[in-house]
Each structure stands twice: as structure tokens, then as C-alpha cells.
Design a protein around this ligand. Structure first.
Ligand SMILES: [Zn+2]
Length: 265
């Protein structure tokens, strides 16, 4: 099923700043717009509906200037973002948080990752592939500026009171203790959730379609349970899946990746 992919335009904008390139893809999904800001290998997503907007994930520390510029280039003043929701506290997802916080943007983090972001260094990573084993040491030690979240999420949290856009922020511990999934729809009803922003629950394949098990995951059976919970109860009708790396994906891609994961360890 190709719906998410065909709705995507090709890369539309390049922002070149400080040697960093951020390419931008826009998906219009009903009244919801998801603008994927691609850094070197990691994504941030600007989610908009009407005049409301929030950001999911904030790149690596060196991505921060290009990220802020690409948000402006997309027509949103970063200072007007209702929130930046960090799917988890790894260095490649939190880089621009201090800059956004200085602009007055509320920072939302899963409670289980509060210690990690307060320390400015990643927890231990468990590589799942040859590529990840090659990158492991560099990825694990990548530092970032510590910060104190404005909102800590420790259970399902309604999105609309926080951002003006309906949906849910749902904890799905696994990739990290405080990992979050952001579920967005035309109303707060779970059945109306059409878009899910999954952070590192899965990743997109490198340079092609489809989903793969993330580079770093310590408990693969738990990862399978989390993906199943997302598909069956948290976002039972979501078709459009936006991961933290590569993508976009669709519902069938998430279903396919289940077959790569064990039912028990
Ligand atoms: Zn991660």
C-alpha cells in the first residue's frame, strides 16, 4: 500500500547553513500537514493544522541552525510552536531543544528519559545490525546540551490542550525508558488518529521503501509488543507513519516489520 508515499512530493527545499543540509518533504493528510525536515540521517517533523503547529524531535546539536531555518522557510516562526515533543532523549533527536526553549517553546519529554536529557549523554545502546555495530561507539558517546523539560509525560496525554491539534502522546518504553509516540487525527477519538509519529520504534529502510528494526533496540520481543499495541489500540486506523530515521512509512510497513521480530526472547 503506497498511500503515504504517493502523497509525498519529492524533496522541495534545501536549506544550506553551516555546512548542514536539511531537505524538506511535505505531506497534506486531510487537515493535517506533516513537514518532514531531513537532517543527515535523522528527521524532525513539523506538524500543522490551520494556524497551529508543533515540532516532533529536534535533530543533532549541529543540526540546530538548519532546523530553525527550515522551520522558518516552511512558513512557521519557531517561536510560535506550541511545543517540541521529543520522542526520546537521544542526542540525534534533542539538538535544537535549548535554542527552542530560549524562544519560549514548551519542551515535552517522556518521564523515563528525564535523567538522560538532564545529563546530556545517551544511555547505553544495544546494536541490532552490522551497520549499528560499526556506528555504536560514536552514536553512544555523542554529547548534547542538557536541558530541563517543561512537561514530563508518564501516561497517555491528550495533544489538543497542549498544541491545539487533536490526538494523543503515548508512552511506549522500549528504544528508551521514556520513548513517546505522537498520534494525530481530525479528532481526539483513537479511531480518528490518521498519523503516527513513532520516533525510533522502527526506522525506514536506508534509501528505499519499507520499515526495518531500528539500529538500537535492547528487547526485540518488547519492540514487537509495542508495535502491535500501536496498531491495535493506540492508533488502530492510522495509515501514515513518520519515523525518526528515513521513511515515510505506511501501516503495512509496520505490520511487515513484526515478522522480523521474535514473539519471545
Ligand atoms: Zn534513538
Amino acid at each position: 500500500m503506497m498511500s503515504a508515499r504517493v502523497l509525498f512530493s519529492a524533496s522541495t527545499t534545501f536549506a544550506l547553513l553551516n555546512g548542514c543540509a536539511t531537505s524538506v518533504d511535505t505531506a497534506a493528510l486531510g487537515t493535517i500537514e506533516v513537514i518532514t525536515l531531513r537532517h543527515s540521517y535523522n528527521n524532525s517533523h513539523l506538524v500543522r493544522r490551520g494556524d497551529r503547529a508543533f515540532l516532533v524531535d529536534a535533530g543533532k546539536p549541529e543540526d540546530a541552525p538548519a532546523l530553525l531555518e527550515s522551520i522558518r522557510a516552511a512558513g512557521t516562526d519557531p517561536a510560535t510552536l506550541a511545543a517540541v515533543i521529543i520522542t526520546h532523549g537521544h542526542a540525534d533527536h534533542v539538538g535544537a531543544v535549548p535554542a527552542l526553549q530560549k524562544l519560549g517553546v514548551k519542551v515535552v519529554v517522556g518521564k523515563g528519559d528525564a535523567a538522560m536529557v538532564g545529563r546530556g549523554s545517551n544511555d547505553a545502546l544495544c546494536p541490532t545490525s552490522f551497520i549499528a555495530r560499526q556506528r555504536h561507539e560514536d552514536d553512544e558517546k555523542l554529547p548534547f546540551e542538557p536541558f530541563k523539560p517543561d512537561v514530563l509525560v508518564d501516561g497517555p496525554l491528550a495533544l489538543e490542550p497542549l498544541t491545539g491539534i487533536p490526538g494523543w502522546i503515548d508512552p511506549l518504553a522500549g528504544h528508551t525508558e521514556g520513548s513517546l509516540v505522537v498520534n494525530v487525527g481530525e479528532s481526539a477519538d483513537r479511531a480518528a488518529v490518521s498519523v503516527t509519529l513513532v520516533g525510533d520504534l522502527v526506522r525506514g529502510a536506508i534509501g528505499g521503501p519499507g520499515a526495518e528494526v531500528h539500529f538500537y533496540m535492547c528487547d526485540l520481543a518488547d519492540n514487537r509488543r509495542d508495535i502491535s499495541a500501536l496498531l491495535t489500540s493506540l492508533a488502530p486506523n492510522a495509515q501514515h507513519v513518520f519515523p525518526g530515521h528515513f521513511g515515510p512509512l505506511d501501516r503495512e510497513d509496520l505490520e511487515d516489520v513484526l515478522s522480523d521480530l521474535p514473539e519471545s526472547n
